[in-house]
Design a protein around this ligand. Structure first.
Ligand code: RFL
Ligand code: PHB
Length: 388
């Protein structure tokens, strides 16, 4: 098989790039290790910036998002017995969209189906080859090894994928910070406790009230890294979650059976550069943030924005400036998302054996934040997303 752009990974990054390029007459093949059902079964992001939404519109995939996504003009931070609002719209003139990654990925799959886009599922043992020369991909389908020749390979295969690992170690620098806790997430078909998100800083640990719609709640609590989903029967989860909510929310909480429950460790990670020869990394394949700032998927979208325009310049205008500048340009924005996510995480979580000094710093940071419109403006402009 031959294609122009070979994409590893059929998550949101890979599918969005494939769809955008297809609309411009550029041929792609997406190789995805898992089934579509598996990809759509992962409950992840829920908050989108408008830059991402615009890219979905450009990809002609935004009809349902524009219909069903909720515009949020602010969110709350509950701390030290008070609930303060971050008025995104007033502070920045901008808002965010609450629309689940699952739904967005479903929309992208449907768009790829409609245009007969090549998305190959159950592609096992995907390997990129000859990345500094004429690249090709191999994969196994059943007993058969298949080969795809391409001009470029795009690694959109997430943190555990093969793309980043195929770059020689000497050519890659990795930056990492691990946090001593994870998030236990629960999805439940109940009316959300608050129409706007509440980030709750609590001595028992962080909690987040989020939602997918007015009938679907998404809640998280900070848990030790050693905990397993099985340790958290629904009753135990609701009990602990409720204790971490501000009183007005706790009194209104509606509980119900969980329809999904999972624990994700929190990690910050960046690989530099995001290019090796004709391989370009995008999204979680190159960088990870803790979810506290709702940046992960949005950072992936900005990579796709830069890469899409760079590939257009290459194919339509014979200009490789965009490809040559990709890594530097993408990383400049990626690091701003890293800084913001790290800061939100440090601000709102309870650390094991936290020094009294560090606790005072958290309290002071919050008190400064809600007494200074400029400080709050800085939080807000990062949350709604810096310009591409
Ligand atoms: P994905 O979604 O991980 O997709 C990668 C795809 O590649 C496939 N794959 C392979 N395919 C072929 N060969 C291989 N060897 C392969 N290895 C892997 C995988 O099966 C998969 O389908 O990466 P992508 O597309 O870059 O998308 C990134 C986002 O998924 C991620 O950044 C966000 O979910 C992060 N995130 C959030 N981001 C936000 O912007 N806002 C949020 O509110 C938000 N909340 C979250 C989150 C992530 C979370 N978890 C679980 C980590 C909340 C949580 C709890
Ligand atoms: C979510 O709804 O899953 C969500 C929202 C905001 C975050 C993280 C996750 O910061």
């Amino acid at each position: 098989m031959k294609t122009q752009v070979g994409i590893i990974g059929g998550g949101p990054s890979g599918l969005l790039l494939s769809q955008l390029l297809h609309l411009q007459g550029i041929d792609t093949v997406v190789l995805e290790k898992h089934s579509r059902e598996h990809v759509l079964g992962r409950i992840r992001a829920g908050v989108l910036e408008h830059g991402f939404a615009d890219l979905m519109r450009e990809a002609e995939c935004a009809a349902r998002m524009d219909r069903e996504g909720e515009i949020h003009e602010g969110f709350f931070i509950a701390h030290d017995g008070v609930k303060d609002r971050v008025a995104l719209k007033e502070l920045t003139g901008n808002t965010v969209i609450v629309y689940g990654q699952t739904e967005l990925t479903r929309d992208l799959y449907e768009a790829r189906d409609k245009r007969k886009g090549a998305v190959i599922h159950h592609a096992e043992d995907v390997m990129p080859h000859d990345l500094e020369g004429k690249p090709y991909l191999t994969y196994r389908s059943g007993d058969e090894i298949k080969r795809i020749d391409c001009d470029f390979v795009i690694g959109c295969d997430g943190f555990h994928g093969v793309s980043r690992k195929s770059i020689p170690r000497a050519k890659l620098r990795e930056f990492e910070r691990l946090y001593p806790f994870g998030w236990l997430g629960v999805l439940s078909r109940t009316k959300p406790v608050s129409p706007e998100l509440i980030y709750c800083k609590h001595e028992r640990g962080f909690a987040l009230c989020s939602l997918r719609s007015q009938t679907l709640s998404r809640y998280y609590i900070q848990v030790p890294l050693t905990d397993k989903e099985g340790d958290w029967a629904d009753d135990r989860f609701w009990d602990e979650f409720k204790r971490r909510l501000p009183p007005d929310a706790a009194s209104q909480l509606i509980t119900g059976p969980s329809i999904e429950k999972s624990i994700a460790p929190l990690r910050s990670f960046v690989a530099e550069p995001m290019r090796f020869g004709n391989l370009f990394l995008a999204g979680d394949a190159a960088h990870i943030v803790p979810p506290t700032g709702a940046r992960g998927l949005n950072s992936a979208a900005s990579d796709i924005y830069y890469l899409y325009h760079a590939l257009l310049d290459h194919y339509k205008r014979g200009n490789d400036d965009g490809l040559n500048a990709y890594s530097q340009k993408a990383l400049a924005r990626v690091w701003k998302g890293q800084r913001f996510s790290w800061w939100m995480t440090m601000l709102l979580h309870t650390f094991p054996d936290q020094a009294a000094y560090d606790q005072r710093l958290q309290e002071t940071d919050l008190s400064y934040l809600f007494s200074s419109p400029r400080a709050l403006g800085s939080l807000a402009e990062n949350y709604v997303g810096l310009p591409f």
